[in-house]
Design a protein around this ligand. Structure first.
Ligand code: MLT
Length: 329
């Protein structure tokens, strides 16, 4: 795992030391200006939508605007590298997820950041179930769709948001479970990918529910199945892949707000409190529930609690993804 260059790391360390020295005074002043939130995928996708909903409400608690900056490309790694190398001063944060902070460990031989040590988790933003969706006209039932993919895998194609993204990770699991190999089409996010699926430019995609529910309910794409063991109340007629023959299929994507390593504790606490306030806000809870986002519990929102979940998912998923997926480089 390549670390940011030594010079950059030294600059970061001096900045952190200076900030630590300022300690309590700094926490009172923070935030003194707008905060940038890097979303490592294109605008309009699930990561972007979730980040904007939560950070907009956090802005109210912080008294400063949180400005989302979409930095897409390379399965989210371009944006995440920028977030890892930002000054640890609380003014540049990053939204990451199971793809950027777990799958990429398995799929990038020269990942330019260490997902577990280059960041401090501020708060989980929610866990997203995923839905397998297909272009209109595809076989609609799971058995028919699976037979269709197996029989036509040489001429079908599926979309995703780059090697190691959540949509790519889920597709890796799907193709491993069905014993199929299908041409992929990479986008800077599943927002733009969805536009092409609606237009019939490729055949299917597995994306986070909050990005596909409206399309499925509106009939612009075909919902085939959900990737979690339980059906979703928002689309109760959609079976799970697990109940449809892919026994044990279980993929859901956590999204988490991160700060760079070395960010002073008082700043992490301030940001964590704002995230917890957002998650407790009834309007936010209603909105996230409509989008099938599993809202983190108070225990999961406790500063530092996420690290154990992150370590467990690295241990669980990296070997599985390594076995299922071609490396990115
Ligand atoms: C992905 O990993 O598939 C991304 O979350 C898609 C996106 O947010 O655009």
């Amino acid at each position: 795992m390549n670390q940011p260059t030594t010079r950059r790391a030294l600059v970061g360390a001096f900045a952190a030391a200076a900030l630590l020295g300022a300690g309590p005074a700094l926490a009172q002043q923070y935030p003194a200006r707008p905060i940038t939130v890097i979303v490592p995928f294109a605008a309009g996708g699930p990561t972007d939508v979730l980040a904007r909903i939560v950070t907009q409400r956090m802005s109210r608690s912080l008294g400063q605007t949180m400005v989302v900056e979409n930095v897409g490309g390379a399965g989210g790694t371009i944006g995440v590298v920028r977030g890892a190398r930002a000054a640890p001063d609380g003014y540049t944060l990053t939204v990451g997820h199971l793809g950027t902070h777990v799958s990429n460990i398995a799929l990038y031989r020269r990942l330019q950041y260490d997902p577990q040590t280059d960041f401090e988790p501020i708060a989980p933003l929610g866990v997203n179930p995923m839905i397998l969706v297909a272009k209109r006209g595809a076989p609609a039932t799971v058995p028919e769709f699976l037979a269709h993919v197996r029989a036509n895998q040489e001429r079908l194609s599926y979309g995703h948001a780059g090697i190691g993204s959540a949509s790519h990770t889920a597709a890796l699991m799907f193709h491993a479970a069905t014993g199929t190999k299908v041409q992929d089409v990479a986008y800077r996010g599943t927002g733009p990918a969805m536009n092409d699926l609606v237009a019939g430019q490729f055949d299917y995609m597995i994306d986070q529910a909050l990005n596909v529910l409206q399309q499925v309910q509106g009939g612009t794409v075909l919902g085939i199945a959900v990737t979690t063991p339980e059906r979703l109340p928002q689309v109760p007629n959609l079976p799970t892949l697990a109940e449809s023959g892919l026994t044990g299929f279980d993929v859901a994507i956590w999204n988490t707000l991160f700060a760079p390593k070395g960010t002073p504790q008082p700043i992490l606490e301030r940001l964590n409190a704002a995230a917890a306030e957002a998650m407790a806000d009834p309007a936010i809870r209603t909105r996230l529930t409509e989008l099938a986002v599993q809202i983190p519990s108070e225990a999961e929102l406790k500063l530092g609690a996420f690290k154990a979940r992150h370590a467990a998912d690295v241990a669980r998923w990296v070997p599985v993804i390594r076995a299922a997926g071609a490396t990115a480089e």
